[in-house]
Structure formats: C-alpha cells, structure tokens
Design a binder for this molecule. Structure first.
Ligand code: SUG
Length: 445
C-alpha cells in the first residue's frame, strides 16, 4: 500500500516581502510591504490541519535558519554573529534581505522525489534542488538535503543524490516542474518533467522573464532516479506562460493519479506533449484524464492572479479527488466559475476547499508551492518512526509554538535587527525538540 504524504514547509520567523524573484509577479508587486510572520505560519498550519481532517497524510519540513550567518561568513564578514549581521546590514540591506528570506517554506521547490514504484532499484530517490536561478533560494540546498536525509534516513529505502552543479545555467527548481501520472499512487507512474529552457541556449532578448528550469537538470534527475525512459516525458513550458508570470510550471498545471489538469497555454507544444503522455500511459496501462482549461474560460493572467492551477489536487479515500485552492480563486470570477462548473461536470474532482494563504500568496506561493509530495509504501513510512509526520495534536503544538515565538508584524528594516536573529534561533531550537529532529541547525552546533 502506497500513500501520498504532503510535506509542508513551515513558514519561518523572518517571512517577508523582499521582492527577490524576477518573473514572480506577486513577489515583484509586494516588495517592501510589512509582513505578518505569525499569520503566515498559522495559515500554513491551518492548511495542514484541513488536509488531516480530510483523512490525508501530512508531514512537515522545518524552516531554515535565517538570517543565514554561515553565508555571510563565507562572504567575508567576521566577528560575532551579531556583529556580522550589523555590519552586513550597514553595507548592504539587500544582501541581508536575500539571506533573511523564508523562501524555503515553498517545499515544492525543495527537491524532486521519485517513489520506489517508479525507480528500477525499488528505492525512493531524492535530489535536493539547486535553485540556481536566484541567490536567496540557492542558499536553501544544503540544509534542505540535510533535513531530507534526517527524515528519510534508512538507506535500504531511500537514496539521496547530491544537488546538481550550481555553475552554468543548470537550474533545478525541484518538484514544481515535475508531475506524476499513475493509475493510483501504488502503481508505477509516467513521470513528467517540465523545463523552461536548455542550460546551453542563450537567453532570448525578446523574453520578458527568464525560465528557471533547465532541460539538462530534468534529464539528469531522471537518470539518477533510475526512471524507465519509456515512462519519462520531458516537455517544454510555453514561453507565453513564463512571460505571463508562470515562473514554475505548477502555476499552470497539476497532476494527480491519472489526471493532468492544465491551462491550454501551459506547454510550448501542447499537442505533442499530450500525445507523448498518452502513449507513455498506454504502455503502462494508465488511462490518462486530461482536463484542459481553455484560455477563453480562464486567461493566463487570471490563472496567474488566482493560482487556480497551484491548487493541491488530492485523492481521497473514497477514490474521489478534491481541489485545495487559495481563496484568491474566489476573487477571480473566471477561475471561480471554472471550479463551479468542474464540480458539476463528469470527472473525478468532486469537492473544492478554499484556504486563506494570503501571506504566502503575496510572495507567489500557493497551496501547491507549500508542499512536497512524497509517495511511500507502508514499510518506507514505518521506517520514519514518526519523524517529520504530523497529526492534529502536532498541529496544536505547532500553533502554540508559533504564537509564542513569531512576531505579528515585520517591517523590512527589522530584518537587520540582531534581536530577531535571536528570537528565530530560540524558536527553531525549541522546534527541533517538538519535531524530534535532533540538532540540525548550524547555530545549534
Ligand atoms: O521562488 N518566492 C518564491 C515562490 C516559490 C513558489 N513555488 C512554486 N511555484 N512552487 C520564488 O519565486 C519571493 C521572495 C521575496 O520576494 O521576498 C520568493 O522567493
């Protein structure tokens, strides 16, 4: 028996709007605003609670330590941590803002995961994403890999690959550009890798935004994860979608079980992509369900504004599917209409749940960004011995912990405040006990 477990990223105490992500419209538009870290973390925990109440399995990945003092040391700052933060802030608030980003909360970008049903050695494979396109995100890789190795520790079941080279343009953005189509989570799947460019092509002058995911990164992951080439598809994301603000493919499509829900303009070559998927599915007895959202019904702009496709599409115990959507869909009439019609139509999606994730959404992170899907069989899951897994009682403990430690409001200037650094460390230190993770943070050692 295999189950999908969604590992959500817990929002960190320095959650802020740094305007750090070119091509991510929400990040670009909300730069410099005050953030609400406490509301942000509580919104994320509410989502975990809601999924647990729907009978789904839930995991959690801890926030990264921020401001990231080890990187400031690497950049030549010396002295005590407080002195380093103060002199870095004096020299470059922008640098500190990059190293204060709580962006690791978007765990869809943490790694690419291939379940044991898909790999030829029968193990679950992980590659922590290099996130090479943006400095503030590239800092995440090392700690993400450490956390994944801590939770998925048993080498009999789990293989952890080093992240891909950071140099050149071999950008790997993790599961945000990766999908899986299978008859059920138990079955070998067709793995779908969506890329935006080649690592070796020149950036186009006419492009509004640069694509992040390189084909060569996707190909490398498929090789390392020992996937069957006959069940592996590489498809290019459309330039139109990237220019409209779909900086990851999960802003314009999502898979679950045999279903691909996608915007008409998601792929560069939609007909070929669907034909390739259909024939790969046919080879492994999967009847694909393609649910296309036509541009006349929901424009790309509305898709990006509402994050309709950044919903979590999940399978319930009954076999029906449910959409977990951001409340922003309710405020976008075309997207709301599409969901209403979808629920009445003949397809496996029978329910929709709307979540207030506005704090994350203001940085371009919807429900699907906040989770890393990991499909495990019962033996693999048992090997975790509960570490990283969350139940309703744990949600309560996390809420109490967040209320105790997180600031209600944060101004951009407060990121340079050594008191915030201390508060964050106290919070994370306590969290490692709550989550039974051991001393995983650099500041703990
Ligand atoms: O990489 N935003 C993230 C959002 C990631 C969303 N993930 C997925 N679509 N899977 C990014 O652009 C903004 C940070 C800032 O501006 O402060 C940011 O990093």
């Amino acid at each position: 028996m295999h189950n999908e477990i969604n590992f959500d990223g817990l929002v960190g105490p320095t959650h802020n709007y740094g305007g750090l992500s070119a091509g991510n419209l929400a990040s670009m538009q909300n730069v410099g605003g005050f953030s609400n870290p406490r509301a942000a973390v509580l919104q994320g925990i509410s989502k975990m609670r809601a999924l647990l109440e729907m009978g789904l399995k839930q995991g959690v990945l801890p926030p990264h330590e921020r401001v990231h003092i080890p990187t400031l040391r690497q950049l030549g700052f010396t002295g005590t941590d407080k002195a380093i933060l103060e002199s870095a802030w004096k020299q470059s608030p922008t640098l500190v803002t990059n190293l204060a980003s709580a962006s690791a909360m978007w765990t869809a970008n943490a790694a690419t995961v291939s379940p044991s049903a898909d790999s030829s050695d029968g193990r679950v494979h992980f590659t922590a994403a290099n996130l090479a396109s943006l400095f503030h995100r590239s800092v995440e890789t090392e700690f993400t890999a450490r956390v994944l190795q801590t939770i998925f520790a048993d080498p009999e079941h789990f293989e952890h690959h080093s992240s891909l080279p950071l140099g050149g343009r071999i950008g790997d953005e993790g599961a945000a550009n990766h999908g899986r189509m299978s008859a059920s989570h138990n079955q070998p799947a067709v793995e779908l890798f969506i890329y935006g460019r080649s690592a070796f092509e020149r950036p186009s002058n006419s492009a509004r935004f640069e694509a992040r995911q390189a084909l060569e990164a996707s190909q490398a992951i498929a090789r390392r994860h020992l996937l069957d080439p006959k069940r592996t598809i590489f498809a290019r994301q459309s330039r139109t979608a990237i220019d409209a603000g779909a900086f990851h493919n999960d802003v314009v499509s999502v898979t679950n079980g045999p279903m691909l829900l996608y915007h008409e303009q998601a792929f560069e070559e939609p007909e070929k992509t669907l034909a390739d998927i259909a024939s790969a599915c046919q080879r492994c007895d999967i009847e694909p369900v393609f649910l296309k959202v036509p541009k006349e019904q929901v424009s790309l702009d509305d898709a990006v504004k509402s994050y309709l496709f950044n919903s979590q599409l999940v399978s319930l115990e009954s076999g029906e599917m449910s959409l977990i959507l951001p409340v922003d869909v309710l405020e976008t009439p075309s997207a709301k209409r599409w969901v209403d019609d979808c629920l009445k139509a003949d397809n496996p999606i029978t329910s929709a749940h709307y979540m207030d994730l506005r704090q994350s959404m203001r940085n371009g992170g919807g429900p699907a960004c906040l989770r890393l899907r990991v499909v495990l069989n019962s033996t693999e899951e048992a090997s975790l011995a509960g570490v990283g897994l969350v139940d309703l009682a744990m949600c309560g403990s996390l809420e109490a912990w967040a209320k105790k430690h997180y600031r209600e409001e944060l101004s951009p200037e407060e990121l340079g405040d050594p008191a915030l650094l201390d508060e964050g460390r106290t919070a994370l230190d306590e969290l490692t006990t709550i989550l039974n993770l051991g001393s995983i943070y650099d500041f703990q050692n």
